[in-house]
Design a protein around this ligand. Structure first.
Ligand code: SAM
Length: 267
């Protein structure tokens, strides 16, 4: 393991290492965030699932995601007109651009992208009502700077800035290790959204089995899209055949939750 960068920013300790097994790895406050080897699993599922469930997403808000991997995937969608990314720590962006440039590729230069260094909580409290189709929260866990992104007030603002078929997704931890994270965030999301569920992905780096991604909307059925519709939408979006984990079948199956995970959701 070779250390490439080690910076204490005003928000957190940022370390980037080179590993033989996973390539370059981003670690924040001691917690592994992403690795070059398997970031595609998490980023494809956090991006393509809500955008294709929505079907005509033009305006997307990304909170956190300082590595730029979600931004790159969002910009792959042909229908996309505007992607706003709000990352609290500019040092994460700077260091990942320097040491892991392949994660975001040239997404930073895309004219549809607006990258803001700021607090996501503050941004959603000032954004206009109905101004986004999808909100993607790719944050650290619900501790320190990330905690405020898992509150009822934050979800109430997400519901306000989303349009009628709007969807919010968030990283909700690994239920086998962090069942409370999914249980708590789902309860809080149910105070602002009528349809609260989750889907899963197997991210090798996130120890403990299936990772949960929270999914909430105020329209029914967005978590039950038929495979043929997903395939047609992915083709129209220009991402069919471009992915290594997401597929129409994997998307549909990801909402079929094992009971120990389904039990974490509000009845
Ligand atoms: N995939 C990773 C995971 O599941 O653990 C998350 C990766 S991403 C790098 C997390 C980002 O969220 C970090 O860069 C962190 O600075 C950012 N973040 C944490 N709290 C934030 C907030 N309140 N507003 C905006 N960004 C925030």
């Amino acid at each position: 393991m070779r250390e490439l960068a080690h910076v204490k920013s005003s928000y957190q300790e940022i370390v980037i290492v080179e590993s033989a097994s996973h390539g370059r790895v981003l670690v924040l406050d001691g917690a592994v965030q992403i690795t070059e080897a398997d970031e595609f699993v998490y980023q494809e599922m956090l991006t393509h699932v809500p955008l294709l469930a929505h079907g005509t997403a033009e305006s997307v808000l990304i909170i956190g995601a300082g590595d730029g991997g979600v931004l790159r995937r969002v910009l792959q969608h042909r229908s996309l007109e505007r992607a706003v990314m709000v990352e609290i720590d500019g040092e994460v962006i700077r260091l990942v651009r320097e040491h892991m440039p392949g994660i975001a590729g040239n997404a930073w230069a895309d004219p549809r992208a607006e990258v803001i260094v700021g607090d996501g909580v503050d941004y959603v409290s000032h954004a206009a009502a109905g101004s986004f189709d999808v909100v993607i929260v790719d944050s650290t866990d619900p501790v320190s700077i990330g905690e405020a992104l898992f509150t009822e007030a934050f979800y109430a603002n997400c519901a306000r800035i989303l349009g009628p078929a709007g969807i919010v997704v968030n990283q909700a931890g690994v239920p086998f290790m962090q069942a409370d994270e999914l249980r708590q965030t789902s309860l809080r999301r149910s105070t602002a959204f009528s349809h609260v569920t989750a889907y899963v992905a197997a991210v090798p780096t996130y120890v403990g089995g299936l990772m949960a991604l929270g999914f909430a909307a105020n329209s029914p059925g967005l978590d039950r899209m038929p495979v043929d519709i997903l395939r047609r939408r992915a083709d129209a979006a220009g991402i069919l055949g471009m992915t290594r984990y997401w597929s129409p079948e994997v998307h549909a199956a990801a909402f079929q939750l094992p009971p120990y995970i389904a039990d974490c959701l509000p009845r």
